[in-house]
Write a protein that binds this ligand. Structure first.
Ligand SMILES: [Zn+2]
Length: 387
């Protein structure tokens, strides 16, 4: 009997090794033996997500991005110079795209029509997924809604929140994304569109709890490992979340959302963890602040990258950590042009010499750092810049 006990596990192991060998090789390729043995060790799948806040393109930003020359074009890459390694290091990096690609003439606030090169720059910086349900999505009507979707599709960027028509929505929503064997469902809604009409057949997801409940039920049918909802909500420049945001967060958590990401207030708002009636803990970051904008006043002149690490072990997916990286947007003038650089605050603390800030800029980045720490007292820093 003692010997028999081992026969079954050993044969299972052999079958598993054979299966890994077949699975590990691309068609017809031989898999080196050491690789097979390495894969056979049960390492849990992990997934590192990074969420950024609002991408705004004010007129001074596209004027700054303009490059004179033979093939005159806009180059929005420079602002991301100091944070692109961090953004690229995540398995999936995500931001809220808060302008419309409605064609020329380009315009900033209040009705945004941005040069499409901003999307190229976001992709180059390492972003994989852009949310498009927000109050500026309909700024340029049908041309802007469809122009945004079509440009992102042409670049193979993931996107969700607005749709060409109901077929497009039925086919692509909720957005399912699989990375490292972990399957995610993404949902995205906005409180409104600044009174701009969304004409049929276009759709921009609005915060309609009946619809959201149905969408979450549809998401669950796809058996994702994790359901993430991004809400464009709250009040601009408010340092704390509003009771309405808390009520909606509770609703989302009780209906199956496992992670709630907020945007729109243009300043960082608190982090919380909701415990559902079923006993699940659902993290919510009420607002990530701006990723890039021309808003240069206190608290609006920066934002956070919110990091979430998920792990899947024996079919069960769990969140193992939430953390953040604060960054401050430095705007300065060179001759007649404004220059923008997103500065990671923790790296600035360790290597101030890299950033060449004057006294006033140092005062502003320190103030932003203090304000953000006060807003997020319980959330640890991401360890990306510690080494
Ligand atoms: Zn907004």
């Amino acid at each position: 009997m003692r010997q028999l006990k081992y026969i079954l596990p050993v044969s299972l192991l052999l079958i598993f090794l054979l299966w890994v060998g077949i699975r590990g090789g691309k068609s017809g390729e031989a898999v080196p033996q050491d690789e097979v043995i390495e894969e056979a060790v049960a390492v849990p799948d992990t997934l590192r997500l990074l969420f950024a806040g609002d991408v705004m393109v004010h007129a001074t930003q596209y004027e700054s991005a303009w490059q004179e020359g033979g093939d005159s074009t806009y180059n929005f890459n420079p602002p991301f110079t100091y944070i692109q390694d961090l953004i690229r290091s995540a398995d999936l990096s995500i931001a809220n795209f808060e302008v419309a690609l409605g064609g020329k003439p380009y315009s900033g606030y209040p009705l945004f029509s941005s040069p499409p090169e901003i999307v190229d720059a976001l992709k180059d910086a390492g972003f994989d997924l852009l949310f498009t349900a927000n109050n500026h999505a309909a700024d340029k009507g049908r041309k802007g809604i469809e122009g945004t979707i079509e440009y992102m599709r042409a670049l193979d960027l993931l996107h969700t929140g607005s749709f060409i028509d109901s077929t497009d929505r039925a086919d692509h929503y909720p957005l399912l994304v699989e990375r490292n064997h972990i399957r995610l469902a993404f949902l995205n809604y906005t409180y409104g569109t600044n009174g701009m009409p969304v004409r049929k057949p276009n759709i921009i997801n609005l915060t309609d709890t009946v619809q959201i409940r149905a969408d979450l039920a549809k998401a669950r049918l796809s058996q994702p490992d994790y359901i993430i909802t991004c809400m464009h909500w709250g009040y601009e420049y408010h340092e704390k979340e509003h009771a309405e945001q808390r009520r909606l967060a509770r609703f989302l958590a009780e209906n199956g959302t496992q992670l709630i990401i907020g945007s729109h207030p243009h300043v960082v708002q608190p982090y919380d963890e909701i415990v559902t009636h079923a006993g699940d803990t659902v993290p919510v970051i009420y607002s990530l602040g701006n990723l890039i904008s021309n808003q240069q006043w206190r608290r609006a002149d920066g934002g956070i990258l919110f990091e979430v690490i998920l792990v899947k072990n024996e079919g069960q997916t769990a969140r193992i950590s939430s953390a953040y990286e604060p960054f401050w947007v430095n705007r300065f003038n060179e001759e007649t042009q404004s220059i923008y650089r997103i500065i990671p605050v923790n790296d600035y603390r360790r290597h101030a010499e890299r950033y060449d800030l004057d006294d006033e800029q140092r005062r502003k980045i320190n103030l932003f750092d203090e304000d953000t720490r006060a807003t997020l007292p319980t959330l640890p820093f991401s360890d990306f810049y510690l080494y």
